[in-house]
Ligand binder design. Structure first.
Ligand code: BJW
Ligand code: ZN
Length: 249
């Protein structure tokens, strides 16, 4: 069934000149990639973030952390972009200059045709050396790791330190160029569409707030309430793969 989007919301998008789309894990949920904080299916319901997604965790137990990220990568590899990702790419095609900012570490936006998403939290597909930061090749996926299996990380070809996942862990700074691009785009847009994020993780959660503060309209797409409800002029309560195609149509 089509999701009903108020014509006013579609009109806001149709009229906008400079659009920013900010996405979170919710946009990939319907592709089968688990979110972090959903009540039943979120990763942080089953796994301890402190033991997996911090620099300390990698220092304490690199095989556990690397194995967990290899399992996550294998999940993403099997997933396909959904109608939500495709609708975002359609916005970009219709309005060149649209900036897509994602917190997601998957590549589903790229596979749906988005040209240059700003990855605030890095990528599962871009490991790098934990010592010298040199990009490292992705290991073969012939032997796909099962959930919970320990896998020793490869070693850097340059300095022999351990290769680490190319994601941003708690307590780590976001890549400065990505954060700058996102903040500048938010500060100069007239419409920001936030999709499938709980709005709990900073500084990413600041981005819709920056846009709103500087006069942009914010549309939120999320089946649940979030702290961004207060920031958004329009709250479209529904799943991204239903709501976004209706918003763009
Ligand atoms: C659907 C749907 C459907 C479901 N359709 N929607 C200020 C206050 C308090 C704390 C801090 C603060 N500033 C910084 C902090 C600390 C911390 C933080 O924010 N903690 C909070 C949790 C309290 N931030 C950091 O540590 C950041 N770094 C930092 O601040 O550095 C400072 C520094 C500066 C200089 C030098 C050194 C340090 C880094 C944050 C990194 C976040 N990393 C993670 C893991 C990435 C790697 C990995 O994938 O494992 O990023 S955590 C996780 O959360 C992941 C996500 O990108 C991020 C956001 O989650 P997201 O996308 O919003 O997902 P969910 O699951 O939370 O929400 C899903 C939503 O979708 C829900 O709302 C659903 O309803 C919805 N949904 N189905 C549409 N079908
Ligand atoms: Zn190295």
């Amino acid at each position: 069934m089509e999701h009903v989007v108020p014509p006013e919301a579609a009109a806001l998008l149709a009229r906008a000149r400079r659009v920013v789309v900010v996405t979170g894990a919710g946009i990939s949920a319907e592709s089968g990639v688990p979110t972090f904080r959903d009540a039943l299916t979120g990763l942080w319901q089953r796994f301890d973030a402190q033991a997996l997604a911090t620099p300390q965790a990698f220092e304490d137990d690199p095989d556990l952390v690397w194995g967990w990220y290899e399992w996550r990568r294998s999940t993403v590899r099997r997933a396909r972009p959904n109608a939500g990702h495709t609708a975002v790419a359609a916005i970009e095609a219709r309005l060149p200059g649209t900036v897509l900012v994602t917190q997601n570490v998957d590549d589903l936006h790229e596979r749906a045709g988005s040209r240059d998403p700003v990855h605030l939290h890095g990528s599962l597909l871009a490991p790098r050396c934990s010592g010298c930061s040199r990009p490292a090749p992705l290991p073969d996926v012939a032997d796909e790791p099962a959930e919970g299996r320990r896998v020793p990380p490869p070693r850097c070809a340059g300095c022999a330190a351990r290769v680490r996942p190319g994601v941003v862990w708690f307590g780590e700074a976001l890549p400065q160029a990505a954060l700058d691009r996102a903040v500048e785009a938010a500060a100069s847009c007239d419409l920001l569409v936030t999709v499938g994020t709980s709005g709990l993780v900073y500084p990413a959660a600041e981005i819709p707030r920056v846009a709103a503060r500087l006069g942009a309209t914010v549309i939120q797409v999320n089946p649940d309430e979030t702290p961004l409800d207060a920031v958004a002029e329009v709250n479209l309560r529904g799943p991204a793969a239903r709501v976004l195609p209706a918003l763009v149509a």
